[in-house]
Each structure stands twice: as structure tokens, then as C-alpha cells.
Design a protein around this ligand. Structure first.
Ligand SMILES: [Mg+2]
Length: 255
């Protein structure tokens, strides 16, 4: 394979934004004179909080996390004080990129790999972080929650978030690449599932994208190693990387 481009997930792949989730929930609880407690247990370390957070969000989405902690939130009302507070908190608290990632991105650019970001996050959070890290200009396209919302147009953009393959198909189109010229770097099995059997047109066909899982993100190495169960069978990452340096080595092997 001659690699020509890389599509990156953002949260947990380029940036450890889950560290900010912990500090944000601490802050929102503090503003309501509460502590982070779930089922009588204090979530007083990052690991305890993330374990609770991942299990809860998988079943009950973001609203469920707030509800389980007894903290005010309304996902259906973007004027709710929680969103005003959260946006302000994000503006004041940059997360940055994972160690070594900015250097890796600049290296990829120097060898003329085309790069795109494919995230279900909002453009505002992504762009601020990328600009702060000095890497915004390295990406030719950024596909976000807003893109999917506009693309969907029928009131249920959640349905085309990863593991739907729509955003990967769009990213390949934006970069002008076939699936076999591209790599998708993510941190969850949903990112993996989105990478395979991506529908392309003219001629109508499925394409697989080489999928790399970063083991430091929202899901642990154990979860990533198990892979994804899909209708067309069991999927596994083509490679796992523990850090940016290992990602660079994988990329070099595919050039
Ligand atoms: Mg992610």
C-alpha cells in the first residue's frame, strides 16, 4: 500500500479531552455545592471518574452522566446554563494535544501526506484546540457534528455519526483518496467499525481503510484488541499504537 493520507479522530486520539471532562464535572459540581458521587461512591480520582463516565455514557448518553451525578443539564436546550458554563470552561481551559502528536503531524505534512479530521465534536472546540497547538493549517478538511447535521437534513444526525461510514466517505472524497491510500486513526471500536466497508460510488463498491487504534484514549487497549462486532463479521484494528512515536513508525512502514 502506498499511503497518501490520514484521517484523524479528535477526542482521545489527537487530544486527551477526557481529562477536561473530569475537571469540568468537578467544576460544575462545585458550582452546585456538590461532590462527584455515584451510587454512594466518591469519584475522586480520574480513573474512578472515567470508569463511571464511560459505562454511563455508553448506555445513557451525556444526559445520563449528568443525571447519575444529580447535576443540572438539558441536552435538548442549548440555552441551558450548563452549556453556557461548559463553553466558557472550554475557552479558559485548553487541553492541548497528546505528547509528541504535534511533531508527528508536522512530520506527516513534511512528507506530503494529506490530512483530515473526522470528529463528532463541535467545530468550535476543535478549531480552538488546533489553533492553540499551532496545527490547524495542517488539515485540509475538518468534518464535525455540524457537517453531519447539515448533511443529514432529516432531524436525526446522530444516526450518521461513527460507526456510520458516511463521514469517512466524505473525508476520502475531500482528500481525493481511495480507501487503500488512506489511514484512519481513532481511539474506539466505533472508529474501527467506521473504517471498513466504506461505500464509494462510480463504480459502486466497498473500500476498507487501514485502521490504527491509539490505546491511550477513551477505550483501553483490552477493548481495542477485542475489536468490533458488525453485521458483516468481526473486525480488528490493523495496528495499535501506544503513543505518537509508534504511530509514526506504522506510517513509515506503509509509505
Ligand atoms: Mg475518539
Amino acid at each position: 500500500m502506498a499511503l497518501k493520507g490520514i484521517i484523524f479522530d479528535f477526542d482521545g486520539t489527537l487530544s486527551p479531552t477526557h481529562t477536561r471532562q473530569y475537571t469540568w464535572f468537578q467544576e460544575w459540581a462545585r458550582q452546585h455545592d456538590k461532590e462527584l458521587i455515584h451510587e454512594g461512591k466518591k469519584l475522586d480520582t480520574f480513573d474512578k471518574f472515567m470508569d463511571f463516565y464511560n459505562r454511563t455514557i455508553a448506555v445513557n448518553k451525556t444526559q445520563g452522566v449528568y443525571d447519575a451525578l444529580g447535576l443540572p443539564c438539558d441536552m435538548n436546550n442549548d440555552k441551558h446554563p450548563v452549556w453556557v458554563g461548559y463553553e466558557r470552561f472550554k475557552k479558559e481551559n485548553f487541553v492541548g494535544l497528546y505528547r509528541g502528536m504535534a511533531d508527528a503531524l508536522m512530520y506527516f505534512k513534511s512528507i506530503e501526506l494529506r490530512m483530515s479530521i473526522n470528529t463528532t465534536n463541535k467545530i468550535a472546540s476543535i478549531e480552538r484546540e488546533l489553533e492553540h497547538a499551532g496545527v490547524r493549517g495542517l488539515f485540509e478538511s475538518i468534518i464535525t457534528e455540524e457537517t453531519l447535521f447539515d448533511y443529514h437534513g432529516a432531524g436525526n444526525p446522530e444516526a450518521i455519526k461513527k460507526p456510520s461510514k458516511i463521514s469517512l466517505s466524505l473525508a476520502l472524497e475531500e482528500l481525493g483518496l481511495s480507501g487503500e491510500e488512506a489511514m484512519h486513526v481513532g481511539d474506539t471500536v466505533n472508529d474501527l467499525a467506521a473504517s471498513k466497508r466504506v461505500m464509494r460510488l462510480n463504480p459502486r463498491r466497498f473500500e476498507d481503510i487501514y485502521a490504527v487504534g491509539m490505546t491511550y484514549g477513551f477505550e483501553t487497549r483490552d477493548v481495542l484488541e477485542k475489536g468490533a462486532e458488525t453485521k458483516s463479521g468481526k473486525l480488528h484494528f490493523d495496528a495499535l499504537a501506544d503513543n505518537a512515536e509508534e504511530l509514526v513508525e506504522i506510517v513509515k512502514r506503509l509509505l
